[in-house]
Design a protein around this ligand. Structure first.
Ligand SMILES: [Zn+2]
Ligand SMILES: [Zn+2]
Length: 277
């Protein structure tokens, strides 16, 4: 089992809104989208604008049977969904999951409202794949085909969000975005989730200085908090993720140096990056 493929590829790494331009070329301007391969299984996280490119890449793999786990349904995490072309291939099957909505509204209802006139020209009925919508409560443990387990926790974010720890073949990947920290009081749910993890992808929208100066209460965290959490929990490798659209490539290069100095082996997520666990 331990030799089985377990990889994550980043198709969108940006927070809040896509930002195309010469100043974001190297790290990329698309919002959250991850492709995870566990042996023969395909697992997707979030459906930001990056998922459009992932979809074009996947077209030749039909028939596809995959699970798509959403951290939450803010635009930067679902906006790419209608442009994910595998949803229009009838031979494909996708199970969409969300754990942040509580009992008042379902994932299906939220996506129906999002793809609704006059905000959007076509409703989700246009999807030709076999698409199903699944609600759970953050904190539950989920199981996907192929021996994949997902532990989940609630995150500290406006309208809520879900953090995931995917375990496969004895290795673990954690995906934690979007979430805000409390200085001096590390999130116990997060510490428990990332304990001993091989890879931790974390919301590093701001620096500590930026967060303290005008962004408290916005629902995001910092690379410094990520370092503190990973150290405290004995996590092996940090991936800095959900970059602020105002952070250009040069600034992200500078952050990469700072993170490396604090927690050697850490890396900044960029579009096209693939990591093996
Ligand atoms: Zn976000
Ligand atoms: Zn959000």
């Amino acid at each position: 089992m331990s030799g089985e493929r377990f990889t994550v590829r980043f198709w969108g790494v940006r927070g809040s809104i896509a930002c195309a331009g010469p100043e974001t070329l190297r790290y990329g301007g698309n919002t959250s989208s991850l492709e995870v391969r566990c042996g023969e299984r395909l697992v997707l996280f979030d459906a930001g604008t990056g998922i459009r490119y992932l979809g074009n890449h996947l077209l030749r793999e039909a028939p596809i049977d995959a699970d798509l786990y959403l951290t939450h349904t803010h635009f930067d995490h679902v906006g790419g969904l209608p442009f994910f072309r595998p949803l229009y291939q009838p031979e494909n099957t996708f199970r969409l999951w969300a754990g942040h909505l509580g009992t008042r509204i379902s994932l299906r209802q939220v996506l129906w409202q999002f793809m609704m006139a006059p905000l959007f020209p076509v409703p989700p009925e246009v999807f030709r794949a076999n698409v199903s919508y699944h609600d759970f409560r953050a904190g539950e443990t989920l199981h996907a085909p192929g021996g994949i387990t997902l532990r989940t926790i609630p995150l500290n974010h406006p309208d809520n969000a879900t953090g995931y720890r995917l375990e496969f073949a004895g290795r673990s990947l954690c995906y934690l975005t979007d979430t805000e920290h409390v200085p001096g009081a590390p999130d116990r749910n997060i510490l428990g989730l990332i304990a001993g993890a091989d890879l931790v992808i974390y919301d590093c929208m701001y620096t500590d200085d930026e967060w303290a100066n005008g962004h408290v209460g916005w629902g995001h965290s910092t690379w410094q908090e990520a370092v503190r959490l990973c150290r405290a929990a004995g996590a092996r490798r940090l991936v800095v993720f959900h970059h602020d659209p105002d952070h250009d490539d040069d600034m992200l290069d500078a952050i990469a140096k700072d993170v490396e100095a604090q927690l050697p082996g850490s890396i900044l997520a960029r579009e096209g990056l693939e990591l093996s666990l």
